[in-house]
Write a protein that binds this ligand. Structure first.
Ligand code: PMV
Length: 349
């Protein structure tokens, strides 16, 4: 009989945290010290595309990232693969009919590409692991909750499983079963909201989020204060601001939370610097712009890298593009920008 490979391709967009996740209470299970909230971008913008092929003739599991073969034995990759195969085995043992699913003993070949700079603080691992887990789930016939598996690849990945406005509840259980992502509002909720990404540097970040978080948890008392006394209140306020579509409240919380996250990086010992001079200029321009109009029309946020993500409403986009081009002309470092808007989560093509 002919051995036809079973092939599935999916895409997953990046998510941008407006209440940041920083710090783990369990390294292996990736359990955070605080809840977080993000906006998932439009499917056509910053995204990962992953193809998984399975065949009886494959000798071993293999993975290629952006065209280069990587180590399949990466522990987090193994956690995701193991968990998907375990769930598939369980479903079969429970007698569930699994249509079109691949044989459990079959090896997988995974090919994943990003359409944006990897590891430059543009949440590439979030889209990457969400996409990997979702695609593997299609291949092995798993349905239902996937955010808990994506979380074990990269914490922020659990939020890219859903579209729109998504919270990752930190959970209380030791086994992490309640540390899951949940949609707060769908992508259709706030159609006027726009996101603009200003690429200040496409280089790899100097300190990866895993080691950065470890040092911060060990050394920053500001981080402890933030997780225990600031984030719980901010999560509630942010959810209200999103539900009311109150841009000024949303923007202020977003900027304050980004600033506090970077303050905890500075409070880490030795300190971590993710922002560069272009990022600082962006912060100043945004505050000057808002002051000029006497209302909050723009908000910035920065992850573990210097690239700015700016939120605004549709009616301000043309002027914002002019402002960006004026202050950061293409020949300067900050000249590239990509527009997006939050829409769908994971689509199968
Ligand atoms: O999921 P990780 O390990 O890539 O960490 C993400 C951390 C931040 O991007 C800085 C914040 C967040 O909540 O996405």
């Amino acid at each position: 009989c002919v051995d036809k490979p079973h092939i599935v391709t999916c895409t997953a967009p990046v998510n941008i945290a407006v209440i940041k996740y920083w710090g783990k209470r369990h390294e292996e299970l990736i359990l955070p010290i605080n809840s977080s909230l993000s906006v998932t971008l439009h499917q056509d913008q910053l995204k990962t595309t992953t193809t998984v092929a399975t065949s009886r003739s494959f000798q071993e599991d293999r993975i290629w990232l952006n065209g280069k073969e990587e180590d399949i034995n990466h522990p987090r990759l193994q956690s995701c693969l193991r968990e998907i195969r375990r769930l598939s085995r369980k479903r079969r043992n429970d007698g569930d009919p699994i249509l079109n699913a691949t044989g459990l003993s079959h090896k997988v070949h995974i090919c994943s590409v990003n359409n944006f700079p990897t590891a430059a603080g543009l949440a590439s691992s979030a889209a990457g692991f969400a996409c990997l887990v979702y695609t593997l789930a299609q291949v092995f016939g798993i349905e239902g909750e996937l955010s808990g598996i994506a979380r074990q690849g990269s914490g922020s990945a659990c939020r890219s499983i859903y579209g729109g406005f998504v919270q990752w509840l930190m959970g209380q259980k030791e086994d992490g079963k309640d540390s899951l992502a949940q949609q707060v509002e769908p992508e259709s909720h706030w159609p006027e909201l726009r996101i603009l990404v200003l690429v200040a540097s496409a280089e790899r970040k100097p300190v990866g989020s895993t080691s950065g978080m470890q040092t911060s948890v060990q050394t920053s008392c500001l981080l402890k204060h933030r997780a225990e006394s600031v984030v719980p209140g901010r999560m509630a306020e942010m959810i209200q601001a999103v539900r009311r579509k109150d841009f000024a409240a949303f923007a202020e919380l977003t900027m304050k939370d980004s600033n506090q996250f970077h303050a905890t990086c500075l409070d880490t010992y030795p300190p971590i610097f993710y922002l560069n001079s272009v990022s600082q200029q962006v912060i100043n321009v945004v505050h000057r712009y808002n002051r000029h109009y006497g209302e909050t029309r723009l908000a910035y946020t920065f992850d573990a890298g210097p690239n700015a993500v700016i939120f605004t409403l549709q009616q301000h986009v043309p002027e914002l593009v002019e402002v960006v081009q004026h202050f950061f002309p293409p020949e300067t470092n900050g000249g590239q920008f990509i527009k997006g808007l939050p829409v769908n989560p994971v689509a199968i093509s």
